[in-house]
Write a protein that binds this ligand. Structure first.
Ligand SMILES: [Zn+2]
Length: 410
């Protein structure tokens, strides 16, 4: 499926330093930190993360990090915690403390903010997305500081607000205001502790068909916009989706499209003159957002070309972007792979199918990867959980990657 990097290309992790840092990770403290964080209901919206950020700051400050909170909204502070030398390379850990709403709590076996520990798992809203990553980053930072190993660079632990809505008051603000100017960025999201070299792009479009209204009993007098849309959707399914399945990439799931929203019709006895759908397009590296939107538009026009009285308008989504990808052989990727190899974890490179705050860092030109505990399929659903073993492996892997990137070299 993907590129193994040969062992001699990997960034060296000095054994005695690795042992010291790993010994400084306290498994019980780590699990309890996650449980305490899950109990803070930092639900977005509203997205008030003041308590969650203060909670993250505490152990970092105690371990010697210089901490500050920054932001543009009072209820959405972001933590910037720094440790080490500013004159060497800077590694930034980034993850988000806000969580999505719980939905109906009756759908949960384990109450969403109880942080139940059962069967080797921590349950709760945000247990995986994204508080396990936050916990692993904070605890890896604490371990690095406590271990006393010499650093040639600096670690910035950046836990942010606002990821689940837009990132505007969170990572976007952090990057665009220059609060952090890292040489390497590790974004914590659920990757099952696999190394994601980047994330897919998006290029959604809204398609609107415009027809002519008429009495529902006299449809030949009108042009039915919903039926026009039906033709378009059928061609997308028959023609475009198979084409996208063939657009593959070594590290990513194939390119994809999905009709995710529909709006149309005014009354049961009125021929509709308007119908809109939203087409969610996810791009693999190499696909151009403008071209892929034009591709949808061409299909939409062609699908209804034989239908008199109907026309189509295609509107690009406000945020479109190509896929992001770090160089597979870069020091950052090799450091993270080296950590996984050291720990006996998966060393196949992969790509992240969802969107993450990594897109802001990558867009600013900072080398960025995504890595964290938890299964993305468990995010945003009832009884979300993360495995304790996975949480601890991620904590160790972050710490080892940090050693490789900013630790003193042999
Ligand atoms: Zn997340």
């Amino acid at each position: 499926m993907s590129g193994h990097t040969s062992a001699d290309e990997r960034v060296e992790i000095r054994d005695e330093n690795a042992s010291r840092v790993l010994a400084a990770i306290n498994p019980e403290e780590t699990v309890e930190f996650l449980r305490g964080l899950v109990r803070i209901p930092s639900v977005n919206p509203e997205g008030d993360v003041r308590d969650a950020i203060a909670y993250c700051m505490e152990p970092l400050e105690a371990a010697g990090f210089a901490c500050r909170t920054v932001g543009i909204e009072e209820t959405k502070p972001n933590l910037v915690a720094e440790f080490g030398h500013a004159d060497g390379p800077t590694l930034c850990f980034n993850a988000h403390v806000d969580v999505v709403p719980t939905g109906a709590e009756s759908a949960w076996t384990h109450p969403p903010f109880a942080a139940d520990l059962a069967d080797g798992r921590v349950y709760g809203r945000g247990a995986g997305d994204d508080k396990a990553s936050v916990t692993a980053q904070v605890m890896a930072g604490v371990a690095l500081a406590r271990s006393g190993v010499k650093l040639r660079g600096r670690l910035v632990v950046n836990e942010v607000a606002d990821e689940e809505t837009s990132g505007v008051a969170g990572a976007k603000f952090i990057v665009e205001s220059g609060q952090v100017r890292p040489d390497f960025v590790i974004v914590g999201e659920q990757t099952l502790n696999r190394v994601c070299v980047g994330e897919k792009g998006t290029a959604g479009v809204t398609i609107t068909t415009i027809g002519r209204t008429a009495h529902g009993a006299l449809p030949w007098e009108g042009a039915n916009a919903i039926e026009a849309m039906g033709r378009i959707i059928a061609v997308l399914q028959d023609e475009l989706w198979p084409r996208l399945e063939a657009r593959t990439h070594a590290f990513f799931h194939h390119s994809s499209g999905s009709v995710n929203m529909v709006e149309g019709g005014v009354k049961n006895n009125v021929v509709p003159d308007r119908c809109s759908v939203y087409v969610d397009r996810r791009l693999v590296p190499g696909e151009d957002p403008t071209e892929t939107q034009a591709e949808v538009e061409e299909i939409a026009r062609r699908a209804i070309s034989g239908m008199s009285g109907a026309r189509v308008e295609v509107q690009p989504a406000p945020e479109v972007r190509p896929a992001t990808m770090s160089e597979p052989n870069s020091p950052l990727v090799r450091a993270m792979l080296g950590a996984n190899q050291y720990l006996g974890l998966n060393t196949d490179l992969t790509g992240f199918s969802m969107a993450s705050d990594g897109r802001f860092f990558a867009a600013a030109g900072y080398p960025t990867i995504i890595y964290g505990p938890g299964d993305p399929r468990l995010a945003h659903v009832p009884d979300e959980w993360v495995g304790v073993d996975e949480l601890l492996e991620a904590t160790r892997a972050y710490a080892l990657a940090a050693l490789a990137l900013i630790g003193e070299q042999a």
